[in-house]
Write a protein that binds this ligand. Structure first.
Ligand code: IPM
Ligand code: MN
Length: 371
């Protein structure tokens, strides 16, 4: 299979983690006889610095032509923390989502037994937690009309949804529930917001086509609590743009490390894959960032291409590194390995199943001899 992949390394740790994912995807290509062509382009602070625009037109063109986009992270404190600056790196990301019509942001939440101790949630609450959030990504309050009066004393953000915008993501979420545990939870604020009433009504209509999927409705305030006190109840969560933004960040606390979590953003014709974490500028260039969120985003990309065995080989390799203590500083501050070493181990594992020159006794202590 030949696939053209647009790569947007972006800012901060983005280039470092993306480099490891490319390494891993190259190992997959070699092992399974595919050809992945990577084309780098600019977005974010680096694009403002180089081209005066957080999303240059040729980046949009390259992404539109590609089979998938691999994004690192965007954002730099020099732009993000200055309220006088009108062009911000994140405007690039918001515009790209709109340009590519990436209406469904999919954030799977898997917990790893070996990392339970890192979560603020009790161990027994975490066993068996496995859900996926379907967040609407191109509508709602993010993209509604924004106004400020001339005196700068009044402002408003319009939250607006069209029925078709709800239908198209709801269908994806129901289809996902069918392949999982047949449960879907719609999270809204239908007791107060009329947009939420439209969500409920539309989801109820769509649900008729998926009789085997059990549908739950939760108000967002209660859902925020349920994610902490009983996360096991969730299978597929469906929600609108801003609720999804907030709840998916909350959900990352369950996993123990933000650095592990991948996401995909899917449209009718395009798809983008990125870790959930941000650009973490303090760690940039130090080779200490966790590349696994990005590498697992690569696995989601393989699944999107229908390459399930390839995706599984990446996930197995990641599990192997975690289980043997090959982790970055965010997970173990004492026995930690570099970003590039983790990427190397994962791609080696994919190429040879298991690096040959590892001393298994040391491995158990998280100290491999090849390092
Ligand atoms: C995310 C981020 C973005 C969002 C920001 C950077 C605009 O928080 O991808 O979740 O709010 O969607
Ligand atoms: Mn967010």
């Amino acid at each position: 299979m030949i696939k053209n992949i647009a790569v947007i390394p972006g800012d901060g740790i983005g280039p470092e983690v993306t480099r490891e994912t490319i390494k891993v995807l190259n190992a997959v290509a070699l092992k399974f006889h595919h050809q992945f062509n990577f084309t780098e382009c600019l977005m974010g602070a680096v694009a403002i610095d180089n081209a005066g625009d957080p999303l240059p037109q040729n980046t949009i063109d390259t992404c539109l032509k590609s089979d998938a986009v691999l994004l690192g992270a965007i954002g730099h404190p020099k732009y993000d923390n200055d309220s006088n600056i009108t062009v911000r790196p994140l405007d690039g990301l918001l515009r790209l989502r709109k340009e590519l019509q990436l209406f469904a942001n999919i954030r799977p939440l898997t917990t790893y037994k070996s990392l339970h101790h890192l979560s603020p949630i009790k161990d027994n609450q975490l066993n068996g937690v496995d859900f996926v959030i379907y967040r609407e990504l191109t509508g709602g309050i993010y993209f509604g009309k924004k106004e400020m009066n001339e005196e700068g004393t009044q402002a408003s953000d319009l939250c607006i949804y069209q029925k078709f915008e709800i239908e198209r993501i709801a269908k994806l979420a129901f289809a996902a529930a069918q392949k999982r545990r047949n449960k879907l939870t719609l999270i809204d604020k239908a007791n107060v917001l009329i947009t939420s009433s439209l969500w409920r009504k539309t989801v109820q209509e769509i649900a008729i086509g998926y009789p085997e999927v059990k549908v739950d409705y939760l108000y967002v305030d209660n859902a925020a609590k349920q994610l902490i006190i009983n996360p096991k109840q969730f299978d597929v969560i469906l929600t609108e743009n801003m609720f999804g933004d907030i709840l998916s960040d909350e959900a990352t606390a369950l996993s123990g490390s933000l650095g592990l979590l991948p996401s995909s953003s899917i449209g009718e014709k395009n798809a983008l894959f990125e870790p959930i974490h941000g650009s973490y500028p303090q760690a940039a260039g130090k080779d200490i960032a966790n590349p696994i969120g990005s590498i697992l985003s690569g696995a989601l990309m393989m699944e999107h291409f229908g390459l399930f065995e390839e995706a599984k080989s990446i996930k197995d390799a990641v599990e192997w590194t975690l289980a043997h203590g090959f982790v970055t500083k965010d997970i173990d501050s004492i026995n930690s390995y570099f970003t590039s070493t983790i990427g190397e181990l994962i791609s080696d594992y994919i190429s040879n199943d298991m690096p040959q020159n590892l001393n298994t006794i040391n491995m158990a202590f998280g100290q491999a001899t090849i390092i």
